[in-house]
Structure formats: structure tokens, C-alpha cells
Design a binder for this molecule. Sequence first.
Ligand SMILES: [Zn+2]
Length: 213
Amino acid sequence: MADRAREINLAGARLARSAAKQRALVAGDIGPCGEMLKPWGAGEPAAIRETFLTQAQSLAEGGVDCLMLETFFDLNEALLALDAARSTGLPVIASMTFEPKRGGVFTMMGNSAADCARALAAAGATVVGANCSVTISHMSAIAAALKSGADVPLILQPNAGRPDSADGLLLYHETPDHFAAFVPDLVAAGARIIGGCCGSSPEFVRAMRAALD
Ligand SMILES: [Zn+2]
């Protein structure tokens, strides 16, 4: 459905905008394009930037308050998306996905969290952070690694635990109460925006909001 990218993104933004009314901000979400950049894949940087530009412009036209890059694992691809997103003039949140490994916190492509935060902040991201891949208990360590690269507001959105798979489904077992219990740790670690990624739901957001209050 690549030829319908504008139509789909515009419709999504307008639906979210009309549902949020003036009660909440709306972020237009952009994920990795699905093609690895050369030399690991066939992705041409200029062509990939163009696809991000179509998406960013359509989301902006649909009335979002900011753009949000999520789940990026290649810093070079995230920087292409950030460049395209910034051209709309909207604030951009740039979140990548990391795993704590021996010797530090890295993306699948081997980019360190500190390097990612530094590069994304220098390229104009208003907020940087981490989402997906890890459970909430890992997020404070990832936040510290991000903070060591750039002193900017952080967003943290963990998964609801490590999933089990059963009959082709991924099952996440952490609960809204478990998430809520970690909220003070996330705030102390520098988070200014918190939420949940895979396996979370509006109940998780509600529990986190209550913990913040
Ligand atoms: Zn996720």
C-alpha cells in the first residue's frame, strides 16, 4: 500500500486529532521503513528519506502536534527520518530501541545509547528516548546511558515484559500495577514522557498517570 501512504497517514492523524479534541496532544508516529540501509540492505538513503518525508508531511497536514520516531534500531535511518520530520517545523521526539549488553546499552546495529542521544539531539530532536524491546526494570539503566550522551528531556516506553509465544500469539505478562510501581524510578532517571510499548494498553497509561499524580 505504499502508493496510499499519504491517504493512510492523513486519515490516521485526523482520526486521532478528532478523538483527542483539546484534551491531549497528538503525536504522528513514524517507525523504521522496513528496508535496511546500504550496505546491509538495498535501501538508498535519499529514497528512504523521501518516504519519511511523505509520511511526515501527511501527518502534519492531518493536524498532529508533534512527530514521534519510534523503535528505530539504526542511527543512520533514524537521522534520515529526523531530518524529514524536522522539515515540517513540528517538534520531533526521537525514540530508539536498545538492549542492555555486556559493556553498555546498544541498538541491534551496535549504536550505543549515548551516541544515539548525542546525534539525535544535535540533529534537532526535542526529546530523545527508548521504547520497545525491554521490560520496565531495564529502563532506568537505559535512561542513564541516554543522559550520558545528551542532556535533553527523555521519553521511556518499555514493553509489558518479555513475551511468551503460544499458538502464534505473543503474550505479555506484566500488569498495569507493575508499571505504576516503576514510575518514580523512571521520573528519577530523567523521564519527562512515559508510556508503554508492546503488550501495554490504556489501563497501563491510566495506572502510570495515577502513580504520577
Ligand atoms: Zn514495542
